[in-house]
Design a protein around this ligand. Sequence first.
Ligand code: AP5
Length: 213
Amino acid sequence: MNIILLAPPGAGKGTQARHLVDTRDMVQLSTGDMLRDAKSSGSEMGLKVAEVMARGDLVTDDIVIGLIREKLSEPNAGGFIFDGFPRTLGQAVALDVLLKECGQSLASVIEMKVDDVALVARITGRSTCASCGEVYHDITKPQPADGKCVNCAGTEFSRRADDNAESLRQRLMEYYKKTSPLLGYYFAHDKLVSVDGLASIDKVQSEIANILN
Ligand code: AP5
């Protein structure tokens, strides 16, 4: 079963995707993570996109579609979770074509509704385990008191270069201009379902489970 998590920056897409990977053997395809990996590897493409990402702009469609195309041929026991992709109409149409080419389809597009004030609080409080990527939040999911990641016992935590007020403003502008029209696209394709992303992490998990079951 392949699904898309469609929501603005900081809505909780990564948090929910990791839970689905752990509980349903699904494969998370996060274009943001792929681009950050390319940046850390120092590849030509990674260096090219680093500045774009830090500003909060979208990377070009051809780059992200290329990244997804490479992954679709890999094993996906429980299905793919598209996290942060597609983000433009061009990417959505390309995904339809790519899935059709490999004989697959989309089960649901899950919109996570969160208001802008909450998004700012979530993004500015976020930190991540440098070893395994477990996501924390200063208020709602603080790093453990013993300084060890709950998932891998790693002791280093990092904050993203684009998790600042200025980049976030631009990320939100990009979302409303280029990504939010996809809500209409998937509604018209009868794929859209919405959950209350303002609820607790556990509550959102169970709402998503109800949709998938
Ligand atoms: P990307 O990495 O995809 O970032 P994003 O969409 O901005 O989303 P985030 O990862 O910031 O947030 P999230 O929704 O995963 O929230 P999280 O679970 O961490 O993209 C980064 C950049 O890469 C883009 O700006 C662009 O430049 C480029 N890019 C990527 N894909 C692209 C594409 N397809 N096309 C073009 N460019 C692309 O949660 C956030 C915080 O909230 C955490 O601290 C978490 O603990 C907390 N939290 C989560 N859920 C809850 C809850 N229910 N209650 C309370 N707190 C919660």
